[in-house]
Design a protein around this ligand. Structure first.
Ligand code: SF4
Length: 427
């Protein structure tokens, strides 16, 4: 029997209608991405050009994780800047100069736009070009927006990586990776996936973003790239404009998703399905075994997703197909039909899908559905818990290593633990 997973065999929700809402939203802004990006790119610095609110958000969200001098800060726009009474560009130049004198370890500096910098129309791309010209080759300066106007928190990573794509070196055939894995992954996940690629016989692969700015991968028409995260629409577009080709696949969540993702990579590189299966079979078996215990607890339980991270569709697919959970609604801030095509085909037919948010109406639907668990942002979790609803913070799913076979059991545990806890509290 062929071990190849028939990705396109299901129709599922591939053509399902989507409830589109454009009302009040309860989501974090793109600045949040700095929390995981600054830990990944170890010679990069993120300078938010924003208000005290922005500084507060970053400090309180990331503060507990700081063990050394942080690699992010906020250049505060004060009343004089906001009223147009000071030259914000001059002040920004002074801040950057002081920063680079104090931190000679910085090689890549991101100027990160915010709501206030967008409102006063501060042109950070002009500032980045000017500062890059001044500080290259020691420091490259780029810019992107993390503003909360019309964006959600994972779009910060997308904007950051998309800003980095134009400065990736052009490929020469010998030096370019044949496979580029795109999206921030925990180091431990990268190492596990790297071992699997090598077992499959793939040696020329690279991760983007890299850990250091001296390891930017080359890109060109020979590059095949595989998204590791579902929220990288602009990054994918930027890579495609450099000639690279996206490998269509579900995302590497759970045993099934990880297997399909690795098979898609193998297929794109011309490997035989049997070769891939042989390389991944032991890890896949371990993942399936790890899921079994959680399935007993989660099968038949009803879950409702509020839109937050854009991980909702792959997570819902994993919970439904591998753990037997029932999907009452799968909401996502943005449904990228093309990048999610394989995931949507795997969702059970009839699943209610929603895009965007009108929070009060969605809360009404959630209460009417009476799910056993709600996956939502921090702002909604506390009020829902107070109503007796079991919740899971969606942001935790972005901070925790959840991709790949070895993490499948831990990922299931993130959903089974809150239900166990509530059961114990109720006993
Ligand atoms: S970027 Fe906007 S939403 Fe984010 S903290 Fe600053 S003001 Fe608030």
């Amino acid at each position: 029997m062929s071990p190849v997973i028939p990705i396109h065999a299901d129709i599922g929700c591939a053509q399902a209608p989507v409830l589109v809402e454009r009302g009040q939203r309860e989501v974090f802004c793109g600045l949040t991405g700095i929390i995981w990006l600054h830990r990944k790119m170890q010679d990069a610095f993120f300078l938010v050009v924003g208000s005290r609110t922005c500084a507060h958000l970053i400090q309180s969200a990331a503060g507990v994780m700081i063990f050394a001098e942080p690699r992010f800060a906020t250049a505060i726009l004060d009343e004089r800047d906001l009223a147009g009474l000071a030259d914000a560009h001059d002040e920004l130049d002074r801040v950057v100069q002081r920063l680079l004198q104090r931190r000679p370890d910085i090689r890549l500096l991101f100027l990160v736009g915010s709501c206030p910098s967008e409102v006063i129309k501060l042109d950070l791309s002009r500032a980045a070009a000017r500062l890059s010209h001044r500080f290259m080759p020691q420091v490259r300066v780029l810019n992107y927006s993390g503003s909360g106007i019309e964006t959600t928190f994972t779009q910060g990573e997308d904007a950051c990586l998309a800003a980095l794509v134009p400065v990736l070196p052009a490929s020469t055939q010998q030096h370019e990776p044949e496979l580029l894995i795109v999206g921030t992954l925990a180091d431990v996940v990268e190492e596990q996936l790297g071992r699997l690629f090598k077992a499959m016989g793939v040696d020329r692969f690279a991760f983007f973003p890299p850990r250091g700015s001296d390891a930017l991968p080359a890109v060109g028409p020979q590059t095949r790239f595989l998204l590791a995260q579902p929220f990288l629409g602009n990054t994918a577009h930027a890579l495609e404009s450099r000639g690279a080709m996206r490998v269509a696949s579900p995302f590497p969540l759970g045993a099934e998703g990880s297997a399909a993702w690795l098979h898609a990579a193998g297929g794109a590189l011309g490997l035989r399905a049997e070769t891939v299966e042989q390389a991944i079979a032991p890890a896949r078996r371990r993942a399936e075994q790890a899921l079994a215990a959680h399935r007993t607890l989660l099968a038949g339980k009803r879950v409702f997703f509020f839109p937050d991270s854009q991980l909702e569709v792959p997570l819902a697919r994993f919970l439904a197909r591998e753990l037997g959970m029932l999907l009452t609604e799968v909401g996502s801030p943005y449904l990228h039909r093309q990048h999610l095509a394989e995931e949507l085909a795997w969702l059970p037919a009839g699943t209610r899908l929603s895009e965007g948010q009108d929070v009060e109406r969605q809360l009404d639907r959630c209460r009417a559905a009476a799910p056993d668990m709600v996956v939502c942002g921090l702002g909604l979790a506390n009020p829902l818990e107070a109503e007796g609803v079991t919740t899971k913070w969606s942001i935790e799913l972005v901070f925790t290593p959840i991709q790949g076979f070895e993490q499948a059991g831990d990922l299931a545990g993130l959903f089974s633990r809150p239900l166990t806890r509530r059961k114990l509290l109720a006993a």
